[in-house]
Design a protein around this ligand. Sequence first.
Ligand code: NAD
Length: 366
Amino acid sequence: MTQVTEKPAATKGLIERMQEHGHEEVLFCNDSTTGLRAIIALHDTTLGPALGGTRMWPYASEADALEDVLRLSRGMTYKSALAGLDLGGGKAVIIGDARKDKTEAMFRRFGRFVDSLNGRYITAEDVGMSITEMVNIRKETNHVVGLPVSMGGSGDPSPVTAYGVYCGMKAAAKTAYGSDDLNKRKVAIQGGGNVGRHLVDHLLKEGATVYITDIHDDKLAAIKAEHPAVQLVKPDEIISLPVDIYAPCALGATVNDDTIPKLKCSVIAGSANNQLANEDKHGRALMEKGILYAPDFLVNAGGIINCAWERRGYNQQAALSQTEDIYRTALTIFKRSQDEKIPTYLAANQAAEQRVRSMRQAGLGF
Ligand code: NAD
């Protein structure tokens, strides 16, 4: 019998790593004049052009940047597939410090690389980017979404993302407690940024008790000024608060070996991407602990739904209405997870993979 030994990611060849999760194409971009170093990954374009944001981050190594873009682009395929969009999954990363390395020339050069993919990749804003960079990219390519309303775009997607998280949270409550009413439910939000602060609004309107934390006091002060009923807590208190629902709306990997034993909630539903530090290990640990996890790429799809509507001619009401479908999809995923006794993340992955596979088999792809 042949023994198969798993090689560490760093020793695997690039094509071998692309084969692992079925990535179609990876474009390495280098421009010494502007200092641009970027990687664009197209995971799967069966359902449509690969749409996913560009992230600018001071990665410690190229290997880290590659790992991030491969993982994030795959997540985008799953997100769009589950949201019922005719879009594939892609992502781009730019290696650099967003506070000091940005120039117009760099982003216009990046726009040329995006354009060279002839619409197979459509970019948008992600961590470290702002509307200014998106406008500069747009000077060199049409394949950009999330542009300002003044340029015919859909503007900031965060309110729609927050609405989708709220819909997914209600579906989780319905499954966990038998009612989707969030009145008097206690919800702990980690991160008072663009999504977190809009989520506060929906929850307070429904009568929930809302706790929120952020590492920046000025953000918390602004939320408190707008919503006096919200309760502010310290960043290290949020995980162990005795609440019904934990809503991670800051960074990824906050559900891990260290935090799971401290969690007192029965539902996790938030916007942050890649909440589970290790998808399988921590997805199963939550199931064993009786915590219902609403898969992040399922409930945070409002932003991409908004971007998809920008491509058709933006209509915010239509985008919000399609975002409400997250409620029904989440109920289906939770039921599948219960019926098949599998973690919710796996039920969501399988549903997304099924849609991609069936379109590919029927020859209905992009
Ligand atoms: P944001 O940068 O506006 O907000 C994140 C907030 O989290 C910031 O205020 C930051 O200070 C805070 N934060 C960081 N580390 C923290 C910590 N340890 N404890 C407490 N607070 C901390 O980002 P956003 O647009 O609100 O997005 C939030 C998350 O949702 C991100 O992970 C993002 O990738 C994801 N997401 C956002 C959208 C969208 O439409 N904006 C769509 C899909 C997914």
